[in-house]
Design a protein around this ligand. Structure first.
Ligand code: PMP
Length: 379
């Protein structure tokens, strides 16, 4: 039987038809005026998305490329840096740093909780020669949100550069790079930017650009210096993912036509409605301070979440995401970042309720959908 496929994974996410069509245009060569115009245009528009007047470099690669680029362009072997392990992606900062010989001071917190900014302050006081603090705005593996604004207030008074992984948060959660005093923001294309995977971004503030001058870790393909000097010449050091950049031009128009504040407000509404739905159906939320990009449902003790995930994906063709590492089988994650509206959330909540019911979980079928609908109705 034909079944409609629906994607609710926290990356890749649904790509709007307008963007897909733009990307289907015949190939153009990147070293020519027509493409250079697009490249300059998207580079400017990205500044509005990151809320910065600093340059944003575009790398061809997934989000992790921008993370690794931040490490190798800002630091030298033996430098000290702080990271927070509160999930898979915060953990990744520690692993990348260690792989490059950086002395990582990893703050371990329970996955699903948010780091207290005071812990970063303590870490910096303990090691005043710390060169960088690596954080994760939306820890996608738990859907936990980090208070990067408060952390930026702390790093602003130190020599440490604050790097924020906003791979899954940019456009979904409020993020004001310049106003908040963040030095580097990294992101990826396949989340709320509504594109296929393949592009990575790094917005580089003045403190970060100054730190780059002292960094001696080896770099070539991921060199920010190369990317920045080429950006001044309206181009990239290497062949860019041409079709993705063209798609980005379209998706950024959609994003900026909506406007950053309304965009954040839409994500907040989708998130609040989804959270209300999850609670109303009788489930709990996993993250202590949840992001507006995705919602993690805490599944009942002893219940095998893998079965729910497979039922949704294989029977209903509603693909969400399960848990990673020790959260495997314990949570199910629903994305609402990017190309999603209120009706999408009613669909996914309905599917989750039905699947849980069929699997014998004591849920109140219809209550989750009703709660979300009442939220959207302003009741
Ligand atoms: N950081 C976060 C917060 C993410 O959600 C992801 C992707 N899930 C990454 C980093 C890594 O990005 P990628 O898989 O595109 O390399």
């Amino acid at each position: 039987m034909m079944r409609k496929q629906r994607l609710f994974t926290p990356g890749p996410t649904s790509v709007p038809p307008e963007v897909l069509l733009a990307m289907a245009a015949p190939m153009t060569h990147h070293r020519q005026a027509a493409f250079e115009e697009v490249f300059v245009r998207v580079s400017e528009k990205l500044k509005s998305v990151f809320q910065t007047s600093s340059p944003v470099v575009i790398l061809s690669g997934s989000g992790t490329a921008a993370m690794e680029a931040a490490v190798v362009n800002l630091l030298s072997a033996g430098d000290k840096a702080i990271s927070v392990n509160g999930g898979k992606f915060g953990e990744r900062w520690g692993l990348i740093g260690k792989a490059h010989g950086v002395e990582m001071n990893v703050i371990d917190i329970e996955w699903g909780t948010a780091v207290a900014p005071a812990r970063i302050e303590e870490g910096l006081k303990h090691n005043p020669d710390t060169k960088a603090v690596f954080t994760t705005l939306n820890e996608t593996s738990t859907t936990g949100l980090t208070d990067v604004k408060a952390i930026a207030e702390i790093t602003a008074n130190t020599d440490a550069v604050l790097v924020v992984d906003a791979v899954s948060a940019v456009c979904a959660d409020e993020l004001r790079m310049d106003d908040w005093g963040i030095d580097v923001v990294v992101a990826g294309s396949q989340k709320a930017l509504m594109l296929p995977p393949g592009l990575a971004f790094a917005a580089l503030g003045p403190k970060a650009r100054a730190a780059m001058a002292h960094s001696t870790l080896p770099k070539f393909y991921l060199s920010f210096e190369k990317a920045l000097s080429n950006l001044e010449k309206k181009t990239t050091p290497f062949t860019p993912a041409v079709s993705s950049v063209i798609g980005l031009d379209r998706s950024l128009d959609m994003i900026l036509d909506e406007g950053m504040e309304p965009l954040w407000a839409r994500h907040r509404k989708l998130a609040e409605a989804t959270r209300a739905g999850v609670v109303a159906m009788g489930m709990a939320l996993f993250a202590q301070s949840p992001s507006n990009a995705a919602t993690a449902i805490k599944l009942p003790e002893g219940f095998d979440g893998g079965v729910l995930h497979k039922k949704l994906r294989d029977e209903y063709k509603v693909t969400c995401a399960g848990g990673q590492e020790h959260l495997k089988g314990r949570i199910e994650r629903i994305a609402h970042m990017g190309y999603y509206d209120q009706f999408d959330m009613l669909v996914v909540l309905g599917a989750v309720e039905l699947a849980l019911k069929e699997l014998g979980v004591n849920v109140r079928v219809g209550e989750g959908v009703a709660a979300a609908q009442r939220y959207f109705a302003g009741e």
